[in-house]
Write a protein that binds this ligand. Structure first.
Ligand code: UTP
Length: 287
């Protein structure tokens, strides 16, 4: 089955990047010349996604505006013959069909995904975190879709991380079934290094099926805790249903903290033809 729908949750509080995210969504922070969420949507569209469900909140209106038609701005740019500027904004609202759904409270990533349950209508779909950029030849989510097409079961994106870093990621244990693809037998959230099933850490791209949403819906959330897709995948594995991990090709940048935000800007800035040379000179001078 073809995957044409993606859920992108963007309703989180962004507490790790305050005060930057006090009055603007972290997904709208600029990396080089466009907001983070633009990269995520672009990746989805390149992979053949047609419908995008953005899970938002009252503090995330800027995201809705970004993907909407801005009549006034287009009118003035046209009138002033600012063709290049006009060209840069015109395609944005045509990128896909955007559907905005409000998450009532920021109760975590898993709750945000469940908000879209009725809308994805019993179809497998992509889930992409709105603050993760993945720079790759073949879009990361397309690499996961390929795995889904071969096996027909949910897929999670993973990358190899250092032992000391695994405590910040979900970790998977599995059997290699082909180059870069593992059938899962274990999945845990943020383990201590000594308990991690492997050093394959989960990053924010998934293919989920209606079964995952069923598991999440039935999940009993421990008091004061949040839940995510790890609980959904774990529920499947416990009932002996298969799921896979795809060790994707590409560079991953997460934009939720100042360190990773700056790394994303430098790495992608160095790939930008317009600024590459000057940026290199600046970096050399300042290191
Ligand atoms: P994070 O795990 O980075 O959480 O969310 P966060 O709340 O945004 O940030 P911190 O940890 O407080 O700094 C990953 C993605 O899931 C969305 C976020 O907007 C982000 O794009 N999310 C998170 C929701 O949509 N709803 C939530 O309740 C939590």
């Amino acid at each position: 089955m073809n995957i044409t729908k993606a859920i992108i949750p963007v309703a989180g509080l962004g507490t790790r990047f305050l005060p930057a995210t006090k009055s603007q969504p972290k997904e709208m922070l600029t990396v080089v010349d466009r907001p983070v969420i633009h990269y995520v949507v672009e990746e989805a569209v390149k992979a053949g996604i047609k419908q995008i469900f953005l899970i938002t909140s009252s503090t995330k209106r800027a995201i809705e505006d970004y993907f909407d038609y801005n009549f006034e701005l287009e009118y003035w740019l046209k009138k002033r013959e600012k063709t290049k500027a006009l060209k840069s904004i015109r395609p944005i609202h045509h990128m896909a069909e955007f559907i905005f759904i409000r998450q009532r409270e920021p109760k975590g990533f898993g709750d945000a995904i469940l908000t879209a349950k009725e809308f994805v209508k019993n179809e497998p779909c992509a889930v992409m975190l709105g603050d993760d950029i993945i720079d790759s030849k073949l879009p990361c989510i397309a690499q996961l879709i390929d795995v889904y097409k071969r096996y027909g079961d949910p897929v999670v994106a993973v990358k190899r991380v250092k032992k000391r870093e695994i405590k910040h990621f979900g970790s998977v244990g599995g059997t290699k079934v082909e180059e870069g693809v593992y059938q899962l037998h274990k999945i845990v959230e943020k383990p201590k290094p000594e308990y991690a099933p492997s050093l394959l850490g989960i990053v924010g791209r998934y293919i989920i099926t209606p079964e995952i949403l069923e598991v999440l819906q039935g999940f009993k959330v421990p008091k004061g805790k949040e839940f995510g897709l790890v609980e959904g995948f774990d529920g499947l594995l416990r009932t002996k249903r298969p799921a896979y991990a795809c060790e994707f090709e590409g560079e991953w940048y997460t934009v939720g903290s100042k360190q990773s935000f700056l790394e994303a800007n430098i790495a992608l800035g160095l790939k930008d033809k317009e600024i590459r040379q000057e940026l290199k000179k600046f970096l050399k001078k300042n290191i």
